[in-house]
Design a protein around this ligand. Structure first.
Ligand code: C2E
Ligand code: CA
Ligand code: CA
Length: 681
């Protein structure tokens, strides 16, 4: 064995060891990152290790065994199979990086099987004709060099064509693959020369050393490429996290922190800035009617409409909260621009929005705050806009409002009220009073309406209008309703009329409690606990409850009637579609609102309406209560009109339980009812 042969042997075995190490490195990365190309590269370097090891062994055995010896044949087949496998898996792996679609297992298996087949066929071709002519050698080994060389060169060129700056891994791989490919083609040319009988050039044998070095560089290039890829992935994950931190996912609009940054910048660097805060007020109802998908559609479509208006006015849109949007901009607002934008937004949101066969009718409120007039920081400006918006919302649906300093005082006093309400429960500051309801014919007391009062430690006795609307946002309204029903039932247990006729107690119930599925069961349990007969309890609900969800209201009314509790429609005549609901919902009676009671004696049209109401109610078998009777004239009119029951200051104001008991003892049944004969209806 000459020096060159020894060097060649060394090159093969060292190359095999290096390729094996690279294969192990890629296998390790594959376990970490689970990417196809890593597995393919690992396979490629493993195949290379086998090929080089087999080629080295073959060289060792060359002098010891005949070329047709089965061991040499097997080794030759293995080496050829490994050689084709190496090329195919390297190519597949490198293409896998660029492809967005993954190679399927089937595609990979077919490609690798084909590579093995070509390798075995070339090996067997040699076995059946071991004469080893130059032509056979050319076909067996030379062609492989040609295929591998062309593949490596074209891969190198393909990678180099993309030549990304600052990407050492890809650059090194591209150069090394090109050199490797050229080297293999160079070896191929040697085989061609040998086949046609031309003497080999003197440096030919050194090329195996060169190929070893280039393989090492390909390996390093791929490893660096991989690490750079992972670094990019980590960077893009950081970018995505940053986007998530600054933008809302559903609408793609900037979120609150991004909005405040931007707005703060606008406030600092421009003469003035304006912030419009928009809230979708009926998302809860949309969620009930159409589910959370409906809510997402409502939000996404509102975001689109609002953003379009913002863009058309040179402003920026944002989504600072779950049901809030914002529009802000520098140098506008003072000349009526903000008002115009608010009107445009409300107009756009009131356009119909059809989804899944329904109209997701949107309700919104808009608050506007201007800088520097209202606030000097973005945070404070947002609070001002929110205060204005909350006020607009209280004024009614689809309204906007500018911030004014008195809203600040109002907001502070509301906050104080809310915190006092929280302790009012714990300190038992609520009390019930009862207002008598009289029989329309005999004018005898036939029942009472329970009315809640808050005995405030500083402000004294407060009427419900001063606090009841604050209980719902605090989540306390249900607790109050339950407490009132329980106290009213307990109180009514102790009422006794001289003639032992039963007395009813009417309780006002909030929409929140009434719509709960368990409401009737709760009433049933309270009746059981307090021992009051169901027929003695009346539940009063206002029209808007029935109007919001007629099906749910009907269900609750049915359940209550099943247990024997009566349900009255309160404040009748103040809503829009009262008559329609009277027909649809199974009420036991209705209470004509105080405003109508006042008007019947002033306006003949109102008198006609109330007469029609009475006729309709009676034709439907409903009882009618007139509430707010303050004068003898009103009493006479309603008595003559055939109103079933009467209630008002003309008879009694509300009173505490003790006074009720005394009143019942003092109040003997009226013998002859004073019917006003001379009232013309
Ligand atoms: P409402 O259900 O219409 O109750 C009747 C209101 O009219 C009571 O006011 C009563 O004091 C008043 N009123 C009675 N007769 C006359 C009259 O002749 N003239 C005038 N001007 N007013 C009269 P109040 O107690 O201030 O209650 C106001 C509203 O607060 C009630 O209206 C009811 O909607 C609500 N409310 C009262 N108590 C409760 C309660 O315990 N729970 C709930 N959820 N709401 C309640
Ligand atoms: Ca009432
Ligand atoms: Ca009422």
């Amino acid at each position: 064995m000459d020096d060159w042969a020894i060097l060649e042997l060394l090159v093969y075995f060292t190359g095999s060891l290096i390729a094996l190490t690279q294969s192990v490195v890629f296998a390790h990365y594959y376990r970490l990152f689970r990417r196809d190309h890593l597995l393919l590269w690992s396979l490629s370097f493993f195949a290379l290790a086998i090929y080089l090891g087999a080629a080295g062994t073959s060289l060792l055995l060359m002098s010891k065994l005949a070329s047709a010896h089965p061991l040499r044949l097997v080794i030759s087949c293995i080496s050829l199979m490994a050689a084709y496998l190496q090329v195919v898996s390297l190519v597949l792996g490198t293409i896998a990086i660029w492809r967005t679609q993954r190679w399927t297992r089937k595609q990979i298996s077919i490609a690798l099987a084909l590579a093995c087949l070509v390798g075995v066929c070339t090996g067997l071709a040699y076995a059946f004709d071991p004469g080893s002519s130059q032509q056979r050698m050319f076909l067996r080994v030379g062609l492989r060099y040609l295929v591998t060389g062309v593949a490596a060169l074209s891969m190198g060129v393909a990678i180099a064509r993309r030549w990304p700056r600052g990407r050492l891994g890809q650059q090194l791989t591209a150069i090394a693959l090109c050199v490797y490919g050229l080297d293999l083609l160079h070896v191929f040319s040697g085989y061609v020369a040998q086949t046609i009988g031309t003497p080999l050039w003197p440096w030919f044998r050194q090329t195996s050393l060169l190929s070893l070095i280039t393989q090492i560089f390909i390996g390093y290039g791929l490893v660096i490429w991989l690490l750079e890829n992972e670094r990019d992935r980590a960077e893009s994950a950081t970018d995505a996290a940053e986007r998530l931190r600054l933008f809302d996912q559903l609408t793609g609009l900037p979120n609150r922190s991004q909005m405040l940054d931007h707005l703060g910048h606008q406030m600092q660097h421009a003469q003035g800035a304006a912030l419009l805060l928009v809230r979708l007020d009926n998302l809860g109802n949309i969620a009930v009617a159409s589910g959370m998908d409906g809510v997402d559609v409502a939000l996404a479509s509102s975001a689109e409409r609002i953003e379009e208006i913002a863009r058309a006015n040179g402003l920026v849109a944002a989504r600072p909260g779950a049901d809030h949007f914002a529009v802000h901009g520098a140098g506008f607002g003072a000349d009526g621009g903000a008002q115009r934008v608010a009107e445009q937004i409300l107009a756009a949101l009131s356009l119909p929005l059809f989804w899944s066969g329904r109209d997701l009718a949107l309700e919104a409120s808009v608050g506007i705050a201007l800088a520097p007039r209202d606030a000097r920081t973005a945070d404070a400006l947002q609070s001002c806009a929110e205060m204005a918006r909350a006020r607009a919302h209280r004024d009614g649906a689809m309204r906007y409002r500018f911030y004014a300093p008195d809203l600040d005082a109002e907001a502070k006093s509301r906050l104080a009220l809310q915190s006092e309400l929280r302790t009012a429960f714990a300190n038992s500051e609520f009390r019930l009073e009862f207002q008598p309801i009289l029989d329309g014919w005999s004018l005898e007391i036939c029942g009472f309406e329970a009315l809640v009062r808050w005995h405030h430690p500083q402000r004294g006795r407060l009427l419900p209008d001063a606090f009841i609307h604050e209980l719902e946002p605090l989540g306390l309204i249900e607790a109050l309703d339950k407490w009132v029903i329980e106290q009213a039932c307990l109180a009514a247990r102790n009422w006794q009329r001289a003639d032992h006729e039963p007395l009813t107690v009417a309780v006002n119930v909030s929409a929140h409690s009434f719509q709960r599925r368990e409401f009737a069961a709760m009433i049933d349990a309270i009746l059981e606990r307090t021992g009051l007969r169901a027929a003695c309890l009346e539940i009063e609900i206002i029209e808007s409850i029935a109007l919001e969800h007629p099906e749910r209201a009907a269900l609750s009314i049915d359940r209550l009637r099943e247990i024997g509790v009566r349900v009255m429609l309160d404040d009748f005549g103040t809503g829009f579609s009262s008559l329609k609901h009277l027909r649809q919902l199974p009420f036991d009676g209705l209470k004509i609102d105080h405003s109508f009671v006042v008007d019947v004696l002033i306006d003949p049209r109102d008198a006609a309406i109330v007469r029609a109401m009475l006729a309709l109610a009676h034709s439907l078998g409903l009882e009618v209560v007139a509430e707010g009777i303050e004068t003898a004239a009103q009493l006479a009119w309603f008595q003559a009109a055939g109103c079933d029951r009467l209630q008002g200051f003309h008879f009694h104001r509300s009173m505490e339980q003790q006074a009720v008991i005394e009143l019942l003892q003092l109040h003997p049944p009226v013998a002859t009812p004073p019917v006003a004969q001379d009232i013309v209806l």
